[in-house]
Design a protein around this ligand. Structure first.
Ligand code: A2P
Length: 314
């Protein structure tokens, strides 16, 4: 499989398994099956509430010799309620204990949002970025590298301005920005900025995350999997619509982390990394960009919150 190469020559498989929304009871079997059929990159996060179950499976497969730790690329993310220089290493140690690992390959700041509560309800549940600056949180991320807890650090859901803020005083520059990215949200400007600054990208919600909670959905939502252009390209090549959607970021040199807990779809998605799309397919898909977000961040911008959608996405 194609890989993304980091400055120290570490290589991240370009297609990984997403685990957001993979329920306890399902996620362990999905990760075991994924690794057995050839996935080598697993994308996790503390807030997904399933790292302990993933850890049991990772330990089982490593102990039995089915896989070596060095063959895997494991990413996780710092939740909003653990921002701040002192809190970050402790949060990562908890994730490592849950995942039953000594180190991560990549640790990301999940959102440029700092909170007092796991899920803020009122304005008072938030910290502003003046109270808990992103640069302080980033210093905590750097400390994690110094302590050998993670090989690489990066961010998620960061806009160009937020990337600049943490880069200004950084001793380690962010190496990854994981963002929502698909043909309805091509992120051309952000991709160009990241390329210029040697920041790799990972695309989340590549299939439109149809299994999001109802509270995160709108009634008039666009469907990626049912889109006519996507389906026409799929028919022309004998691919599935999901495979077209997963190959699209890979053609752009962007990692992608489709979530599935279904063995057939796990295989179908992994195979997408080895398919090809023509230049004409790519330009047809580029025409679908309408700046549409499935994960629009509204949950950080309620009454009394110091965060706004403009501030989040720029
Ligand atoms: P399931 O886990 O039952 O396979 P995203 O990666 O954008 O968050 O999307 C995940 C959603 O897409 C889940 O509901 C997942 O269901 C579904 N899904 C995963 N792979 C495919 C596929 N190849 N075709 C259709 N739906 C898929």
């Amino acid at each position: 499989m194609q890989t993304l190469t980091f400055a120290n020559h570490d290589q991240m498989p370009i297609l990984g398994l997403g685990t957001w929304k993979s329920k306890p009871g399902d996620v362990g079997d999905a990760v075991r099956e994924a690794i057995r059929i050839g996935y080598r990159h697993i994308d996790c996060a503390a807030i997904y509430g399933n790292e302990a179950e993933i850890g049991i499976v990772l330990e089982e497969l490593i102990r039995s010799g089915e896989i070596r730790r060095e063959e895997l690329w494991i990413t996780s993310k710092l939740w909003n309620s653990a921002h701040g220089k002192e809190q970050v290493p402790a949060a990562l140690k908890k994730t490592l204990a849950d995942l039953r690992l000594d180190y991560l390959d990549l640790y990301l700041v999940h959102w440029p949002v700092a909170t007092r509560a796991l899920f803020p309800v009122t304005g008072g549940d938030f910290f502003s970025l003046e109270e808990v600056p992103l640069s302080e949180t980033w210093a905590g991320m750097e400390a994690c590298v110094a302590q050998g807890l993670t090989r690489h650090i990066g961010v998620s859901n960061f806009n160009i301005q937020n990337l600049a803020t943490i880069s200004r005083d950084a001793s380690i520059l962010p190496e990854m920005n994981q963002v929502e990215l698909h043909p309805f949200l091509a992120q051309e400007q952000l991709v160009a900025h990241c390329r210029q600054h040697n920041i790799q990208l990972t695309a989340y919600s590549p299939l439109g995350s149809g299994d999001r909670p109802a509270t995160m959905k709108k009634s008039d939502e666009l469907s990626l999997l049912e889109n006519e252009t996507v389906n026409a390209i799929a028919r022309a090549h004998g691919y599935s619509p999901a495979q077209v959607l997963l190959r699209w970021p890979v053609e752009r040199g962007i990692a992608v982390i489709p979530k599935s807990v279904n063995p057939t779809r796990l295989r179908e998605n992994l195979a997408a990394a080895e398919l090809t799309l023509t230049a004409e397919d790519m330009s047809e898909l580029a025409k679908l960009d309408v700046n549409f977000r499935y994960v629009n961040g509204e949950f950080w911008t309620g009454e009394g919150s110091p965060y706004t959608l403009d501030g989040l996405w720029g």
